[in-house]
Design a protein around this ligand. Sequence first.
Ligand code: NAI
Ligand code: MG
Length: 329
Amino acid sequence: MYNIAIISGDGIGNEVMECCEYMLDKLDLNFSFEYGEAGFECFNKNGTTLPQETLKIANKSDAVLFGASTSTPGQPSPIINLRKELNVYANIRPIKSYKGVKCLRDDIDFVIVRENTEGLYSQVEYGDEDKMIAERIITKKASERIAKAAFNLCIKRGQDKVTCVHKSNVLKKTDGVFKESFYNISKQYPQIRTEDYYVDAMAMYLITQPQNFDVIVSSNLFGDILSDESAGLVGGLGLAPSGNIGDHNGLFEPVHGSAPDIAGKNIANPCSMILSASMMLDYLGEWESANDIKNAVEKVIAECKIRTPDLGGNSSTMDVTKAIVKELI
Ligand code: NAI
Ligand code: MG
């Protein structure tokens, strides 16, 4: 029996989570779901975007599934705080070309490993109306930890290169530490090739030679931006899952947000959420189910029959989910 914390959040977060639960219920596994609130609607109701009760549920679960939340003006981001509170320091974002989807190339298969706990996502900003300062902390400890996570993931994926992305020509001290920590840790993995690029050049290389990357490791903001760019190479945010993994917790969520432009229309692509659940099962050691889900999603997408409007179809969120479940059972 797995204890799963379900935090659907706002907008399409609710719609894709409903589908994800529907799919999990059809698996030959035992789950007990506990529900937590977070996000904009939660703030309107409870005066906080991330109640203590939700943190408690997340902390005692075996894994957390998060949908998406709409940002609340003047309030901290629940997902950023949740990642920090659970100390899930490695944000893993796989990017892959799918058959039947218009991708930049058909041989893209890399993963972005984004540092989750520090960098420019400190949410610490201060100053006055003339001058504002945002805090960007980079520590040796977190940089080495994320580098290690990247090298270990490279081995797990059977790939052989890790690319470090930074901006140490300008952010000499902070990104100096990030880059140096990467190369220090790389000495423990002599079988893995290494390289590093400035983030601006990397933004271009992701377009001109995405097939050349295996594992990309970067700090919080750069990793966030590059992962949305990368999702654009392979069919958009509807196909971009992610996992946030620490030493004791795992939190799984689609890369996309609450998509207010399509919320309530039942046309959101559920695949990012469903593929995130597959990453969760992999984390829980349920490798067979994890693989089955991935294969079912790939099959439904490749058939080009039942798909949501973002992929050029006219099926609903639940239609796609049911087609995936049909492949599973
Ligand atoms: P977004 O990711 O919600 O949407 C960007 C574009 O992608 C929109 O055109 C949307 O319709 C489309 N899209 C996203 N997911 C899709 C799906 N599953 N199927 C089909 N199309 C999809 O980003 P946006 O518009 O910048 O932000 C909307 C809200 O979400 C904001 O309040 C933002 O702060 C929040 N947000 C929350 C995140 C989270 O909770 N992890 C992450 C990113 C944004
Ligand atoms: Mg993002």
